[in-house]
Design a protein around this ligand. Structure first.
Ligand code: PRP
Ligand code: URA
Length: 208
């Protein structure tokens, strides 16, 4: 599994702001979206291009356009929705495949409750988004599900990942690529990432 911790100064600056304990819902949403766009920029740097002819101001010219597989964004409900628009800012025509999974607070096991994948997902590159990779259970379960539907080209975008989650993800899905703004220190006894962001879903939706 390829893991890219993106050290770009804009990402690191915005991640620092996201970690502020008393951040407002509005600000958290804005920053999560911005960091997601920047991660998308990094994750798409190997998309293939093809040359096409267009009419320029002085006659016909050759320009580059993106070729090959189309994209589906896969937000993991709920918190993944906070990253979706950041991806769509750069890939506005991407289709969206929604997966609903929550983590049982006692057992930390993933509990799937919804899925609506785009048709022919096997012909698309999936950008799976979730702000937090803690034990890795929710992400592993999501990747199991989209692979069962034939998807083979998968990249994962995470705001903050725990080493424990990355290890579990690598064991289950060694073929994927992970882009994250940070690999944090560890999980605490409740399965929360330290230093982390706290409960990302609550921060994005304003719940508690
Ligand atoms: C959070 C987060 C991930 C999951 C990570 O979701 O958004 O989906 O926990 O934990 P894991 O790696 O141990 O599975 P949560 O269960 O809080 O649901 P929510 O998005 O609906 O708030
Ligand atoms: N889910 C979160 O929202 N935060 C964590 O630190 C772990 C799981």
């Amino acid at each position: 599994m390829k893991v890219i911790e993106v050290k770009h100064p804009l990402i690191q600056h915005k991640l620092g702001l996201l970690r502020e304990a008393n951040i407002s819902t509005k600000r958290f949403r804005e920053l999560a979206r911005e960091v997601s766009s920047l991660l998308t920029y990094e994750a798409t740097n190997d998309l293939s291009l093809e040359t096409v002819k267009i009419q320029g101001w002085e006659g016909e010219i050759e320009v580059q356009e993106i070729a090959g597989k189309k994209v589906t964004v896969v937000p993991i409900l709920r918190a993944g929705l906070g990253m979706m628009d950041g991806v769509l800012d750069y890939i506005p025509s991407a289709k969206v495949s929604v997966v609903g999974i929550y983590r049982d607070e006692e057992t930390l096991e993933p509990v799937p409750y919804f899925q609506k994948l785009v048709s022919q997902i096997d012909q698309r590159m999936a950008l799976v988004v979730d702000p937090m990779l803690a034990t890795g259970g929710s992400m592993i379960s999501t990747l199991d599900l989209i692979k069962e539907s034939g998807c083979t080209n998968i990249k994962v975008l995470i705001l903050v990942a725990a080493p424990e989650g990355l290890k579990a993800l690598e064991a289950a899905h060694p073929d994927i690529e992970v882009y994250t703004a940070s690999i944090d220190s560890h999980l605490n006894e409740h399965g929360y990432i330290v230093p982390g962001l706290g409960d990302a879903g609550d921060k994005i939706f304003g719940t508690k």
